[in-house]
Ligand binder design. Sequence first.
Ligand code: COA
Length: 212
Amino acid sequence: MAEPAADVKKNAGGAFIRPYNAETDYDAVVEICKATADPSYASALELVPYLYAIPYLLLSPTYTHVLDSGSGTVVGYIIGTPNTRAFVRRYRDTYLPHTTLPPPTTNPPSKLRRSLEESYARPEGMIREDVVDEFPAHLHIDILESHQSQGWGTVLMERFLGGLRSAEEGVKGVHLAMGKDNVRAGRFYGRCGFVARGDLGDGATWMVRGMD
Ligand SMILES: CC(C)(COP(=O)(O)OP(=O)(O)OC[C@H]1O[C@@H](n2cnc3c(N)ncnc32)[C@H](O)[C@@H]1OP(=O)(O)O)[C@@H](O)C(=O)NCCC(=O)NCCS
């Protein structure tokens, strides 16, 4: 099992990073995805994991790493894929046909719910032609507040990038999308070697990083 990196600020609870275990960690990852979502997702929070967490757990589990509090409880994760185009094909062929979305929590369903349903049903929207060939991998990372700002994000990122380096297909680079107001995440990604590619027309900030 992975030991915490030496630069982690303090680790009184004995937290550590380990590979995702589908039998024990699925529910916790789904809950963390909702708990750390931007407040603007509130009117359709139930759908957020169906776009931003569950497909990765099912289609790309070997690239998933979790932060364990030290007692088996998952308090953070990093998920993603080395090949966004191939991921989208598998999403369409194997994820969509076998997934049922939870009912809306508002009546009538919010505008956001309808918009997320459309994104969920059209995974090709994940493919940004402006970045995907040069930076074919992509990722999402979320840590509960209790374990933020202690260096764990950096360690999770190192683990994920290490997984990409070992990928048989050879990965040239990685990209991600971030809410443009998420200043803190922007600082974090900058420290991890990402640079802003800018707003590709959808209001998000896109960041890219070549593999060294
Ligand atoms: C963004 C996020 C993944 C970063 O992970 P993190 O573990 O908090 O990141 P780090 O600890 O590596 O760095 C964050 C802060 O801790 C500080 N820090 C990092 N390593 C440190 C160390 N060894 N010692 C002291 N401080 C450290 C950094 O200076 C940084 O400060 P800042 O936030 O003022 O810039 C995490 O905060 C998070 O999940 N936030 C909520 C959800 C989110 O925004 N996800 C990204 C969506 S795009």
